[in-house]
Design a protein around this ligand. Structure first.
Ligand SMILES: Cc1cc2nc3c(=O)[nH]c(=O)nc-3n(C[C@H](O)[C@H](O)[C@H](O)COP(=O)(O)O)c2cc1C
Length: 444
């Protein structure tokens, strides 16, 4: 028997169904909190990356029962561990009745566990889920829309009011810095049949940021604390990874160009929407006849995060972070270019972990002639085992790198952990200008 089939883990289970847009991290965690046994998304992802995991399959039924049974048996013969069946055909919509009797016939015909799906219209709580299980004779039940509307449908003690679910959902969204568009989509789904009566509905429709949702649902304190904790962790990471100069690099590319890297990050709350770093860089380079900034972005296949650099003349500017959107990453590259060239990027506020004073230090450091050699030496003697464990990784970095529970030691550019051991002589230029005794030895 195939050691990876492990069919038992698909029997007697209640599963959050795959849902594009909805099945992102906060909703998956919330479903697990409320008692769902499995959340679906990882399974297919793992199938693609490695086959040493149980493989399951989900289908819709075909118009004829006989054809559906043939298809189900064919799929079973491929060795999958379980088969999920949504009891509607490809052309049927959610308002059409679910063909529970097709699922029942499949469950009777197959040896592997069959997971019934499509019953959300009749599901309000755990007893409805049990009823759906009985009527289909399935081994397990998979729930999509009922969980999207009220994720506490999985709770043994009964579902919670939508306001409680909303607040718990948002707490996760804040913690994992979930993107605004996806958060808004899920918030509106939780409100779906309450749009006319919920006093928060209009403000949710108009909301543009996580901060807006925090205001609407009176979670300001929670949101501020989350941001504060994230900053604290970032600071601790920076300190361990090389103090003020962690993430600051200057190196030669294969084409012989000089590449500057600073730990700068575009936070749109810090900029006016009419004057972004990219616009400022465009204006500055145009007025100074420095040529046009050329952006290059790579997309990482594993988590579809982006990393950009911008070339201006014969210099390249970048940062060490992977972002959830190309725009964000390009803006960060533009900030790096402006900072290295001593240009003001018109920030409306100065976060402590990226103060103007710190930016000046970085600029001086990357301009120091010995900085490039420092990088080479450090790359050679870099001991990754001295990197921080993941619990110390800032949320934003951990989520961007999709590396929960992994070591923070990633190949180049994937974190700020490529040791930044700052030697005394090499900080001389920074010293002279800053007139302070900042010599930070990294833990390496
Ligand atoms: C927002 C949303 C996104 C969905 N995305 C997927 C998907 O990516 N893959 C998939 O197989 N089914 C997807 N589905 C279908 C559900 O997994 C499920 O089969 C369907 O909603 C019927 O189950 P239900 O009655 O419990 O909602 C999606 C459904 C919704 C509502």
């Amino acid at each position: 028997m195939n050691q990876y089939r492990n069919e038992d883990q698909y029997r007697a289970k209640i599963i959050l169904a795959p849902m594009v847009r909805v099945g992102t991290l906060p909703m998956r965690l919330l479903a697990l909190d409320y008692g769902a046994d499995l959340v679906y998304c990882e399974i297919l992802t793992e199938l693609v990356s490695q086959l040493s995991v149980p493989v399951t399959c989900k289908i819709r039924v075909l118009p004829q029962l006989e054809d559906t049974l043939k298809l189900a048996k064919l799929i079973e013969s491929t060795g999958v561990s379980a088969l999920a069946v949504h009891g509607r055909t490809k052309t049927e919509r959610s308002r059409d009745p679910n063909r529970d009797h097709y699922i029942k016939a499949i469950a009777e015909a197959l040896e592997i566990p069959v997971i019934a799906n499509g019953g959300s219209r009749t599901i309000k709580d755990l007893s409805d889920i049990e009823q759906f299980r009985k009527s289909t004779g399935a081994a397990s039940i998979m729930v999509a829309r009922a969980a999207e509307w009220n994720c506490s449908v999985f709770r043994k003690e009964g579902p919670l009011p939508y306001t409680d679910v909303m607040r718990s959902y948002l707490t996760y969204a804040f913690k994992y810095d979930n993107n605004e568009i996806n958060t808004k989509y899920c918030v509106l789904q939780i409100l779906h049949d309450k749009m006319t009566e919920a006093p928060e509905a209009d403000r949710c429709l108009a909301a543009k940021s996580l901060q807006d949702f925090a205001n609407i649902w009176e979670l300001d304190e929670d949101y501020q604390n989350t941001l504060l904790r994230r900053r604290e962790r970032e600071k601790a990471l920076l300190l361990r990874a090389g103090g003020d100069y962690a993430g600051v690099k200057r190196k030669k590319t294969n084409d012989g160009l000089t590449c500057f890297e600073l730990p700068v990050r575009f936070d749109k709350r810090l900029y006016s929407s009419t004057m972004t770093p990219k616009q400022i860089l465009n204006n500055w380079s145009k007025n100074g006849k420095l040529g046009k900034p050329i952006y290059k972005t790579e997309e990482r296949a594993t988590d579809r995060c982006f990393h950009s650099s911008v070339q201006l003349g014969d210099k390249i500017y970048t940062n060490p972070y992977w972002e959830k959107s190309k725009q964000l990453s390009e803006q960060s590259a533009a900030i790096c270019c402006l900072v290295v060239n001593g240009q003001d990027d018109s920030r409306l506020a100065e976060p402590e972990n990226e103060s103007e004073q710190l930016r000046r230090k970085w600029r001086v450091a990357v301009m120091s002639p010995s900085f490039e050699n420092r990088e080479k030496q450090n790359d050679e003697k870099n001991d990754h085992n001295s990197c921080l464990p993941n619990e110390s990784v800032p949320d934003s970095i951990a989520s961007a790198n999709n590396m929960e529970g992994q070591s923070n030691c990633q190949p180049k550019n994937e974190d700020t952990c490529n040791s930044n051991c700052m030697e005394k002589s090499e900080t001389m230029a920074a010293h002279m200008i800053e007139n302070s005794n900042v010599i930070k030895n990294s833990p390496c």
